[in-house]
Every structure is written in C-alpha cells, then in structure tokens.
Ligand binder design. Structure first.
Ligand code: FMN
Length: 481
C-alpha cells in the first residue's frame, strides 16, 4: 500500500533504521548539506539513512533530507511496493492515471502568512554546496499552469532565495515550467507559481518524472496511489496544490524580470555556470502546524536527486518502450543511480526478434530520453548487477560490430561537463548504444548442470560450510546450465 503523506513514510523509514534524528543544534548554512554529502559519498547504499535535524539554530522547524531517495529500498517503501516491483508500479500508474480531487481545505493551509508576513527567512532553507554556492536555494516541486488550458505542471526546478520576499527560479529553456510561464506573459500577465515542500512522496516522485508535454504529474501520482491526490486552491494565486503537503510557498513570475542564478553545485558533480533566470515575488507562505522542512539533496552524485530520478525514469522508459512504441520484447530497464536520467547510463534487457532489433530499440532510447549511454542485454542478465552486465560486455559484445554512435545531440541546458565549450557556447554532444545481446550461439555455460549444482548445495550444508543467499546473477546462470 502506498503511503499518503510524507510523515507516514518518514515514520516507516525511522522504524526500519533508514532515518536518523540529529538532536544537537546545527547551522542550516552548512551542516545539513555536509552531513548528507557524507551519507551519500561514504555510507554504502544498503545501510544508508536519511537525516532529520531536530534542532536548527535560529529556527523552530526541523530539516529532513536524504530520506526518500537514500536507497532503492527507501524509494520502494515510499512507493509502497517491493524493490523488484518499482518499474511495474510506474507502468501501471502511467497506463491508468487518476485525476486529482479538489477538496475545501488541507493541512498545508493550517497557517497562512500573506504579504509582509510571508518571509522566506522564516524557513530553514539550507545552502547545499556551502563555501561555493551563491546562497541558499529551495530544492522542491514547482507548480505552474498553462494560461489557456489551465493544465498544471510539476517539476523540480532549483529556486535561489534572493531576499525575504523574492526568488530566482531555475526555469530553463525547454522545461515545461518556463513554457507555462510564457503563456501568461504573452497575455501581459504575471505567471502564478507555487513551491511545494514536503509533498506526499508519490507527488514528489511524479514531479521528478520526465513526462511528455501536457501530461499532468498529479494524475500520475494518483495512478501510483490508486486513488486521487487531494488538492486545495492556493490562497493568493490561481493554482491547485497538494492538500497534504508540509509547506507551500505561493508567488508570481513577472514578465521580463531576471536575476543571477548560480553559481551552484550541479548534479553532474561540478559547479555550474552563472545564468540569468526569472525572478518570482512571494505572495504567501502556508504550512501545517509544526511543519517539517524537507529538502531534496542534489549536487555531487550519487545523491537523493539522482536516485529518485533514476528509479522513476526507468519506469517511465518501460512504459514508453512497451506501450507507446510497442516493443513488448523489452523485459526490464534500469538507469544507473549516479546520474538520474540526464546524461545517465541505461541498461535495457530484451529478447531481440531479428538482427539489429536491439540496436534499433537502443537508438530509440537514446533519441527519446536524455540518457547518454544505452547498453542492451538479453533477459538472462541481471541488469542491476554490474558484475553480470560486465560479463555480458566481455562475452557478448564486439565493439566494432555492436556499437552505434549518435553524434550532434543537443543536451538540455548544456549540462554535460564533458562537452567542450567554445566561445561561451556548449557544443553538441554525442550518445552511444552498445548492443551486448548475444549475436552468435556461443554454446552452453561453463557451469555444472543445474541438478548437480543443487545437489552440491545440499552437500555444502552437510559439510558445515556457512549458508549463502544465491544472487540473481548465479540463479539466472545455473537455471540455464
Ligand atoms: C532535486 C532535483 C532538482 C532538480 N533541479 C532541476 C533544475 O534546477 N532545473 C531543471 O531544469 N531540472 C531540474 N531537475 C530535473 C527536473 O525536475 C525533472 O527532469 C522534471 O521531470 C522536469 O519537469 P518538466 O519535464 O515538466 O519540465 C531536478 C530534479 C530533482 C529531483
């Protein structure tokens, strides 16, 4: 069963040792960011935990970070499924989205601060790359709407705190948030905008999904939940926001007003460039009583941001390949947890039906997503096990025969740090498809037959040797031996 609020999920994570409370006073200017960097840079994924800072100096609100995306297990808990069923849950939700339901009131509006009282310095907003960032920023869901259709969009767009009453939102070219803002500006009106902090986790995950233009992430979140997400009307702008969020900031993007965005630590592991981005004026802050400030950590990968986006977008990719492009021979997809989709490495398992089939599907993945490297393997490979994928690359892949280079690719936002910059402009990048599906019959595996291996396991136990779990890699191999 999917959990409906952030607090529900945090309680389960805490109970399972996947969330730790820090009671000592911390400085929001550096300690949450540096702690979460240690958690993701040093603590191995299976034992990693999120952080709940109970005592933030100068604030009465706690800060929580790194919890929902600390590991595949934590993400699966929040989604309400077993880790092996994450892709299937996404496929189901995308095939059967459920429209949100508007309700009269919500906990996110238990306290309403308008105009002069809506001060951003009331919130414990962390600085995420202390010592290098220009200042603090929100890493949270941004809600915008199309002025004509009123269809809403949600996406994560970093938002720099400029002063107590204004921000600079990283609405980048091509992003739906910017396209929506323009529909208001074209009519000479300010664009309504809202930031949702501590949304129901399914809403957070849906906002991180790369969905086609016009898709409403709130409907997908409803599909994940199996019932409508409850929304309330924002207090000062014409938008609907999740009723069960911790905090909502409301504002307006006025046409033509821009300011400096950056430098900030970026998801690819380097400091990003400075640019000019739209300014938004804050019109209200609403929150539940005793709210929790949830900040999604990004910057040097792996991070909560890359893990959430990788797990989400692998499910989106499965739906695209199997249901939109009709490639039902695709069995599974995985995106490496380091890069979150953009510039990442996808590994796709499929049963090719004809020569060149895997290359064709790999090209489609490269063309339809921001993924930079695509490796195609047979379904007898555990795509989440790097040892098994490496074996396929050694035993089934011939570089000259099985590589496709796709050149002159535009990467959104010019974010690829490996691409040369000439005259201040990012050059086009390239992508690679590696077909490591079996092209020739190489015979049988060099392992004893399955029945003998089973007999040997029993004999191993009789010999008093320590018990072991059979990894999926070994199971797949022994099944075919
Ligand atoms: C924590 C986090 C921070 C992000 N920051 C940005 C950002 O600043 N700018 C951006 O364009 N995408 C950012 N992304 C990625 C987008 O939110 C994501 O690709 C989303 O699908 C974009 O929505 P859209 O396709 O509706 O524009 C971020 C994702 C996460 C999880």
């Amino acid at each position: 069963m999917a959990h409906e609020t952030l607090r529900d999920v945090l309680a389960v994570l805490e109970q399972r040792g996947r969330l730790r409370r820090i009671a000592k006073p911390v400085d929001v200017g550096w300690e949450p960011a540096c702690f979460v960097k240690w958690a993701f840079q040093a603590v191995p994924e299976p034992s990693r935990f999120g952080l709940w800072f109970e005592n933030v100096a100068g604030h009465d609100m706690p800060v929580v970070t790194g919890a929902l995306g600390c590991s595949t297990e934590a993400y699966a808990i929040a989604l309400g499924v077993e880790p092996d069923d994450i892709n299937a849950a996404w496929e189901r939700a995308l095939l059967k989205p459920i429209a949100p339901r508007t309700v009269a009131s919500g906990i996110c509006q238990e306290t309403v601060l308008r105009d002069g009282r809506a001060r951003l310095d009331r919130l414990p907003i962390p600085t995420w790359t202390p010592g290098k960032d220009i200042g603090p920023y929100l890493t949270t869901i941004v809600v915008t709407a199309n002025a004509e259709t009123r269809r809403q969009n949600m996406g994560f767009y970093r938002t720099r705190v400029r002063d107590a009453h204004s921000v600079v939102a990283n609405l980048s070219p091509g992003r739906q948030g910017l396209l929506n803002a323009r529909t208001w500006h074209d009519r000479g009106k300010p664009a309504p905008i809202a930031w949702v902090i501590g949304a129901p986790p399914l809403v957070t995950f849906a906002a991180s999904a790369n969905l086609p233009w016009g898709a409403d992430e709130m409907e997908v979140a409803g599909g994940l939940q199996g019932k409508p997400i409850e929304l309330v009307k924002a207090k000062t702008v014409d938008l609907l926001v999740p009723a069960n969020a911790e905090i909502v900031i409301e504002g307006e993007v006025h046409p033509g007003e821009m300011d400096t965005e950056g430098p900030f630590g970026e998801f690819a592991g380097y400091m990003g460039p400075i640019s000019q981005k739209p300014v938004a004026r804050i019109t209200a802050i609403t929150h539940r009583k005793q709210p929790v400030y949830y900040g999604v950590a990004s910057q040097m990968p792996p991070s909560e941001s890359t893990i959430v986006q990788s797990l989400t977008n692998a499910g989106v990719l499965m739906k695209l390949l199997r249901h939109d492009l009709g490639e039902h021979t695709v069995a599974d997809a995985f995106i490496d947890l380091n890069f979150g989709g953009l510039l990442a490495h996808a590994i796709v398992a499929m049963s090719p039906r004809y020569p060149g089939h895997a290359k064709k599907v790999g090209r489609m993945v490269a063309d339809c997503t921001p993924i930079k490297r695509v490796t195609m393997v047979d379904p007898d490979i555990d795509i989440r096990d790097p040892l098994h994928v490496e074996w396929a690359l050694n035993a089934r892949y011939d570089p000259a025969r099985d590589t496709v280079i796709i050149d002159d690719v535009f990467f959104p936002m010019g974010m690829d740090p490996s691409v040369r910059i000439k005259d201040g402009k990012t050059e086009q990048g390239s992508k690679v498809v590696i077909d490591a599906t079996q092209s020739i019959d190489s015979g049988t595996f060099s392992l004893p037959p399955k029945d003998l291996m089973a007999k040997a396991r029993a004999s191993w136990q009789d010999a008093g040797l320590p018990a072991f779990d059979i990894p999926k890699r070994a199971r797949l191999r022994i099944d075919k031996s």
